[in-house]
Design a protein around this ligand. Structure first.
Ligand code: SF4
Length: 382
């Protein structure tokens, strides 16, 4: 079902320094002047897009990065002012800011609340100092604790923490202690990510070139995932998406858009959009992005305009939708694509992957075992 709701993603591509595993689009930068110029550029991009979205209601805003919490309260207020000036933001919109413990303080938290931010996502990754050091994070375990407590004291009642497993030298017990400590601190949402060692990062070099660290074997990585999910379920968190758990009613509305075939506009270098039925992406190079904005042109990278066939769009719908525990609705599929899912895909998939994928009434979904080998099952649909 299409709605006129819209999500906005605003990318803040600055970090104090690069973490040792990071291949996200972010640059080391601590210059307030550069942050200010960047907020101006993103605001101009929003002005350029405003007319296209004038009949849409923004029901989620996600300010991600990079490290958005590097922006001063003044620049952050300016950014939120531009969002509200250019788009119709619903009164009950979910507004999330991503942050890192080493760059948050009470003044920033107060500014977020004052601007209507109602969800804070904190990149904790681990409560073990050795893992944090290996990852090249700037905070330690104590700062992680203090930041969560500070956010709660400031008035945040919807907090996500990101945790990471599969870190070289991480024992299963160390990881589960991190999960237990996360649960103990009581955030409403906990995301779990398995570390991907990306080529070109210092951590990849340590593991695969210098061989000074050993990767975590897949079988241990899976054990870490299962045991963590079990602990979270016991504590009342709902495992609503492969990598995400939340207390009931605290699922991320913005992230659910990506998995539910809903539309969003992305701002900033490298930001992706799915809007008006089209998928496009901004220039990733900051210089190209800024130069387009200065010339009052949209910073869309024409070489990356993604033209998907109807069949590929159906694949995206199924592939992303099956990430959710509830899976996908066959009725919704039909109303979007005007065709039955099982006239496009072989119904024998259900037999071939018995125990991994189920059809109950109208919903097609992965079982717990299916979530574990999701790529194998999903490959049937792409
Ligand atoms: S804080 Fe996040 S975006 Fe920044 S370098 Fe670390 S992992 Fe990358």
């Amino acid at each position: 079902m299409t709605t006129n709701n819209l999500g906005l993603y605003i990318h803040i591509p600055f970090c104090r320094q690069k973490c040792r595993y990071c291949d996200f689009l972010s640059f080391p930068c601590t210059s307030e002047k550069v942050y200010g110029e960047y907020v101006t550029a993103v605001s101009m991009e929003m002005q350029q897009r405003k007319a296209d979205a004038e009949d849409r209601i923004v029901d989620s805003v996600f300010i991600g990065g990079g490290t958005p919490s590097l922006l001063s309260p003044m620049e952050f207020r300016r950014l939120m002012g531009s969002i509200r000036e250019n788009f119709s933001v619903a009164e009950d919109a979910e507004i999330t800011v991503e942050s890192n413990p080493a760059s948050l303080d009470r003044d920033k938290l107060d500014a977020y609340l004052d601007c209507g931010v109602n969800r804070l996502s904190i990149g904790i990754q681990s409560f073990d100092n050795h893992s944090l050091q290996l990852l090249g994070r700037l905070h330690d375990k104590n700062e992680a604790f203090q930041t969560i407590q500070l956010a709660r004291k400031a008035g945040f009642d919807n907090i996500n923490i990101d945790l990471m497993f599969g870190i070289p030298e991480q024992a299963v017990k160390t990881w589960l202690d991190t999960v237990r400590q996360g649960i103990f601190l009581g955030p409403q949402h906990i995301s779990l990510y398995s570390l991907e060692l990306e080529k070109g990062t210092p951590l990849y070099r340590d593991v695969y070139e210098k061989r000074s660290l050993f990767p975590i074997p897949d079988i241990i990585d899976r054990e870490m995932y299962h045991e963590a999910i079990a602990l979270l379920k016991q504590a009342g968190y709902r495992h609503y998406e492969i990598s995400n758990t939340a207390l009931p009613g605290k699922e991320s509305r913005h992230n659910l858009k990506y998995w539910s075939y809903e539309e969003y506009l992305g701002f900033g270098p490298g930001a992706s959009s799915f809007f008006g039925g089209h998928r496009f992406k901004n220039f990733s190079k900051m210089s190209q992005y800024i130069s387009a904005i200065k010339q009052r042109k949209l910073p869309t990278d024409e070489t990356l305009l993604e033209h998907y066939s109807e069949m590929e769009e159906m694949g995206i719908y199924v592939f992303t939708g099956l990430r959710k525990a509830e899976g996908i609705s066959l009725r919704d599929f039909r109303s979007r694509f005007d065709v039955d899912l099982f006239s496009v895909y072989d119904p024998a998939i259900l037999r071939r992957h018995k125990g991994l994928i189920n059809l109950y009434d109208d919903q097609l979904y992965l079982t717990d075992a299916g979530m574990d080998v999701s790529n194998t099952v999903m490959a049937e649909f792409v």
